[in-house]
Design a protein around this ligand. Sequence first.
Ligand code: SDX
Length: 368
Amino acid sequence: MKTVNRFVPGLEGVIASETGISFLDTEQEKIIIRGHELIELSHERNYLEVLHLLLEGALPNAEEKEALETKLKGMYNLPDEIYHILKRLPKETHPMDALRTGISCLAGYDQNLEDTSVKANKERAYLMMAKLPALVANSYHILNGKEPIEPRADLSYSANFLYMITGEVPTDTEVKIFDKSLLLYSEHEMPNSTFTARVIASTLSDLYGALTGAVASLKGPLHGGANEAVMYSLREVDSAAGYEQYIMKKLKNKEKVMGFGHRVYMKKMDPRALVMKDALKQLCELKGDDKLLEMCEAGERVMEREIGIYPNLDYYAAPVYWLLNIPIPLYTPIFFGSRAAGLSAHVIEQHANNRLFRPRVQYVGESY
Ligand code: SDX
């Protein structure tokens, strides 16, 4: 066995997989998704088209696009037993934990779990994508003592997702912005949750298990949990000046400021954040209230000035979700609802060309 003897904390810069799914080209400042550029896609396509790109390897034509939406709509509902299980969870359960439970339970309905072929995995992925809006939204409603909201097949996928969260039929602008956020969250190369999913899949464990593990990974505030943390930070103060002071205090105490920094971009702005910043501007304009934008821009300025670190997608997704009337505990579940597309593509790719992940350690224990 060949061994690589260099320990790299956090596996920074380590190549963990070959993939045809995505790549962060930091030199050209491009996020590549199966040969397409994510930011361009966000201006020209919608989330379901990118889902098709991720799972089928190509953007859909008009017929394929419609067929995909119809297929998902036919599988929107959750089994009743899942609702019974969700109703038995302690009310304090975080929606990410409820989501993790729900995804895990769905494995029990799959009679063909040991089949890890591309075909079987793709069908599972579509089933998952169809059921995630109900799982995300209704686990939250149930935990809050409310009745689940029935999915509406007369709305588009993203409109229905947002409707199920808020209980209100969203406007076209709201749907467009929400859909854009889903598209931007859909896939991002090898973040911790994707690595987690691939590690689990590499034992030939199933898609449900890989996604369940990925939910746990994404929940952490250093990863997907940051979008909720950003909004709680913004809620702690009430003005741009207050937010600047809040950040200065964090930096003085050597604490992390949520929504800033990125293992791959670190000293540059996450290109996805700029698209969400534009969405925030649009929503602020519509509401006739610029306060959140001013606060975020003040935060951006102080972080650049003090430590030269820039916003990531979560920084601007958080205030956008706030203005879309989305409850804060659903921000990370929504991120997962979207990212399940990319994660599924990675599990499919891992299963199709598998080698078990099994690294080594640098031993620093008792001498022997
Ligand atoms: C996501 O990987 C992906 O692609 C993830 C993601 C996706 O789409 O899947 O993009 C989604 O997870 C975005 C990141 C969300 N997390 C946060 O916003 C939490 C705050 N950010 C940081 O904790 C941090 O920037 C990380 C976790 C994102 C990256 O961590 P690294 O690469 O391990 O970097 P580090 O913590 O070692 O920081 C390096 C330096 C340190 O300073 P020095 O000790 O060298 O002087 O940068 C400083 C850090 O203190 N730093 C920050 C900071 N981020 C980095 N200082 C204050 N606030 C921050 N947010």
